[in-house]
Design a protein around this ligand. Structure first.
Ligand SMILES: Nc1ncnc2c1ncn2[C@@H]1O[C@H](COP(=O)(O)OP(=O)(O)OP(=O)(O)O)[C@@H](O)[C@H]1O
Ligand SMILES: [Mg+2]
Length: 380
């Protein structure tokens, strides 16, 4: 069984790590040589972009194909003969879940609450949308944004002018009120091609400058709120007919759960499932794509926490930092074979514990240790 992964980032790396024990081999469709998974995969198909030709020959070379990111046009997938039997999640799922505007329209149609929003595709519409939503607002690129790139906070008209000056000729944005968030959650749903469905425990996430920084479970939130979040997750996975992992980011505002966005793939919020659950999100993603029985998703420990290793302002030596990180008892390292860039996700650290506080303290110490050695200037 050879599974092709479109994209070669850290999600692909961790899929390969999980798939190896299922006897799966992998091929990658990748753009750049410093993408994480290219360091550990023997078959890499290099392309300049995710156009029809490269994608068609990649699909032909693999038994099944899945995704590390959602930068592929679903219409291109539809145009490849035989893709509907090999590429999962499907082009339909991608259409509904890889674009923030389509996600929100789908949620309106299914009656699942999300923040009030308007869609803008030109400057006139953007000005009008911000006028109707009011300040403070948030404008977000409907497609292609990640890790906060594509999220613009609009506090007053000068922010709007600045955004208008930076926008490309064609764009699609959603505009919504900047909300007072009581908490952020993620629900991960695993679903197989034949429709078996399972949810992971609700994950609590903390974003720094719009980038995921910390995650823990159990979430510590009210049981009723968790039940609502899980119910929304299941209903959304059924509505988009996801295959593999569907990640659903949620806000808690005024005690209510609102859906922020979806990602039709494994997700940063679920990295702790590698150590904390019997079957990780990566393993269940592959099981779902291969249409194998899903593995158990409940926590096998009282608590777990994950802290991202994000590129700091000063250049650091991750190799030297690894020794310090490994000296923190209980800190489990995950490094992504990535070169330093400020703000870039270079890795993450997971810790298990008797309580979230215990686990979080160790994961934080581990992540800080990974970044504790400044790079020697001559080595750069
Ligand atoms: N309407 C809002 N009000 C307040 N904060 C918001 C709002 N929308 C987004 N944010 C903050 O910005 C973060 C990133 O937003 P969002 O998830 O929409 O963007 P993204 O760049 O696609 O994220 P990701 O890295 O998950 O792909 C959210 O997790 C939240 O912390
Ligand atoms: Mg997000």
């Amino acid at each position: 069984m050879k599974i092709g992964i479109i994209g070669g980032g850290q999600l692909a790396q961790m899929m390969i790590q999980a798939g190896a024990s299922l006897g799966v081999s992998f091929a990658l469709l990748a753009l750049e040589s410093d993408e994480s998974a290219t360091a550990i995969c023997s078959e890499v198909h290099w392309v300049r972009g995710f156009g029809r030709e490269g994608l068609a020959s990649f699909v032909a070379a693999c038994d099944l194909v899945t995704f590390d990111h959602e930068l592929v046009d679903p219409a291109v997938i539809d145009s490849i003969p035989g893709a509907e039997a090999k590429v999962f999640p499907s082009a339909r799922t991608l259409r509904l879940s890889a674009n923030k505007a389509r996600q929100r329209e789908m949620l309106l149609a299914t009656g699942i609450p999300s923040p009030e929003f308007l869609i803008a595709v030109d400057s006139e519409e953007l000005r009008d949308a911000v006028r109707r939503i009011g300040y403070p607002a948030v404008a977000k690129a409907a497609h292609g944004g990640y890790d906060g790139r594509g999220v613009f906070y609009l506090g007053d008209p000068s922010d709007l002018d600045e955004l208008l000056a930076r926008l490309p000729g064609t764009f699609e944005l959603i505009v919504e009120p900047r909300l007072e968030l009581q908490a952020e959650l993620a629900v991960l749903v695993a679903r197989s091609r034949s429709g078996e469905l399972s949810t992971y425990p609700v994950l609590r996430t903390v974003q720094l400058d719009s980038v995921c920084n910390e995650v823990w479970a159990p979430s510590g939130l009210d049981g009723q709120l968790e039940a609502t979040a899980l119910d929304y997750g299941r209903r959304i996975a059924e509505a988009v007919e996801s295959v593999g992992i569907l990640a659903i980011e949620m806000f808690v505002v005024n005690g209510e759960v609102l859906i922020n966005e979806l990602a039709p793939r494994p997700h940063n919020s679920g990295h702790l499932t590698i150590e904390a659950c019997q079957s990780s999100q990566f393993e269940n993603h592959l099981r779902g794509v291969m249409d194998l029985p899903l593995g158990p998703t409940s926590l096998s420990v009282p608590a777990a926490a994950m802290v991202n290793v994000l590129g700091p302002t000063e250049v650091v030596d991750l190799q030297a930092g690894l020794a310090t990180l490994l000296s923190v008892p209980g800190a489990r390292p995950h490094l992504y074979h990535k070169s330093y860039r400020r703000g870039r996700k270079l890795g993450h650290v997971t810790a298990l514990g008797a309580s979230v506080d215990d686990a979080l303290a160790v994961a934080r110490e581990g992540a800080a240790a990974a970044l504790s050695t400044p790079a020697v200037r001559e080595a750069l």
